[in-house]
Design a protein around this ligand. Structure first.
Ligand code: LLP
Length: 417
């Protein structure tokens, strides 16, 4: 599953660095990323396009540490952002604003202003009201905003309902059937330049068909717009390619891209994609220590030092992430354990009914934690956020120290009364 996280000398390694040694040096919970995995996965997307004009815009929300963004920026990556905060991260990481696309349903005027000021590539517009606002801000600044309209192709992504975005019931995008009207409006605006069509149908898709179905609908719209005299320069097909967490069999990156290019059948149009999980997911693990074993009559609980505030996916989506011992024991016997955290909620678990051979003090690795792990973490229960380390070959770099209590509450104020 994680080719870069492998057993060597009976212990798990990230590239050439022992995870046990990292847990000892930096403590737990600890996120550990493999730099080469980030690079290889981004390059796999980039290379799969061959001669088709394209831009692979990494979805920043997936894992937004500036060291990660910098590694990708050095390869020439574009970035898909959803907030000014993410834009500032990209800029700090040395990313090229001209390769930034701005998604999201609620862009604020200040965010639009900043994006126009630094000269991003394109706004992905999600509503009539947003189009009006971008026109107004661009006019004030005497700039022209390049835009695409995010259409909702009403395709079932066959994924978890919380991460399915391309259905009529979802808040995202505009109905593909009414999109031509919005394009006409956009075209009539003085400070708006419609250059693309955008769609994103969901996340953790493990089949190619929904992507191709969505593209087919987008192509129909493109033809319709051409009849209206509006020529589209790029298609942004969003992110969404799934990864293997356990026994899923997602398509290979190359097959997914090839299917899109084949359907497109037009070597002149530029394709933008916004993958996140497929780049970051299996580039990271979360290390955690077993604090206490608490066998009961009904269940065996292993209480670990990582919790739902560190990795919320199991609690929020009932997501399954593989959990393995960093140094598997040769003594003792396997039992079934629920791996639960210190947070005061019954939903605070990282795995249930896992067959493991455990003792307190053991270090475990929660796999496939590179995507939507740290970025969704919080301070719930006043828990400092975990540290993050990036490994390159036999070197480890601390890319975010563990949060201190001062950082956590240092800006809070007592009222003088
Ligand atoms: N583009 C847009 C407009 C998006 O909304 C997303 C993800 C992506 C690209 C990247 O999608 P990806 O390639 O990673 O599937 N927190 C959830 C996933 C939420 C996805 C939100 N949008 C999880 O942990 O499963």
């Amino acid at each position: 599953m994680n080719p870069v996280f492998q057993l060597k000398n009976q212990s798990l390694y990230a590239e050439d660095v022992s995870l046990a040694s990292l847990a000892k040096e930096y403590g737990t919970p600890l996120y550990v990323y493999s730099r080469s995995e980030f690079e290889n996965r981004w390059q796999a997307f980039d290379q799969a396009f061959g001669n088709q004009p394209h831009l692979v815009c990494y979805a920043v929300k997936t894992n937004s540490n500036i060291a990660v963004l910098n590694v990708l920026a050095k390869l020439g990556a574009g970035f898909d952002i959803v907030s000014q905060g993410e834009l500032e991260r990209v800029l700090r990481a040395g990313g090229d604003p001209k390769k930034v696309v701005f998604s999201g349903v609620a862009k604020q005027s200040g965010e639009i202003r900043r994006a126009l000021q630094v000269g991003i590539r394109c706004f992905n517009i999600e509503s009539h009201a947003e189009l009006d606002r971008i026109q107004a801000v661009a006019q004030q600044m005497d700039k022209v905003a390049d835009i695409s309209i995010r259409v909702n192709p009403d395709v079932d992504a066959k994924t978890h309902p919380y991460i399915s975005t391309g259905l009529k019931d979802n808040k995202f995008g505009v109905d593909i059937n009414t999109a031509p009207e919005l394009y006409r409006k956009a075209n009539s605006y003085s400070h708006i330049n419609p250059i693309g069509i955008d769609c994103h149908i969901g996340s953790q898709l493990t089949e190619i068909t929904p992507f191709v179905d969505a593209l087919e609908r987008v192509l129909t719209l493109k033809d319709r717009l051409a009849e209206d005299g509006l020529n589209i320069h790029h298609l942004d097909l969003g992110g969404g390619l799934g990864i293997q967490y356990t026994d899923e069999t997602p398509p290979a990156i190359a097959d997914y891209i090839q299917a899109l290019i084949t359907k497109l059948d037009d070597p002149s149009i530029e394709v933008i994609i916004e993958p996140g999980r497929a780049i970051a997911g299996n580039a990271g693990v979360l290390l955690t220590e077993v604090e206490y074993l608490k066998p009961t009559e009904h269940k065996n609980f292993a209480i670990i030092d990582a919790a739902m505030n560190d990795l919320i996916r199991p609690a929020l989506y009932q997501a399954y992430q593989d959990i393995v011992a960093v140094t598997p024991r040769e003594d003792g016997i396997e039992a079934e354990w629920d791996l639960v955290g210190p947070v005061c909620e019954t939903g605070d678990f990282l795995g249930k009914n896992r067959k493991l051979n455990l003792k307190d003090g053991d270090i475990l690795a929660v796999k496939s934690a590179g995507a939507y792990g740290f970025t969704m973490s919080s301070n719930y229960n006043t828990r400092p956020r975990a540290a993050e380390v990036m490994v390159k070959g036999d070197k480890a770099y601390l890319i975010r120290p563990r949060e201190t209590y001062d950082e956590l509450m240092g800006t809070e104020q007592l009222i003088e009364d």
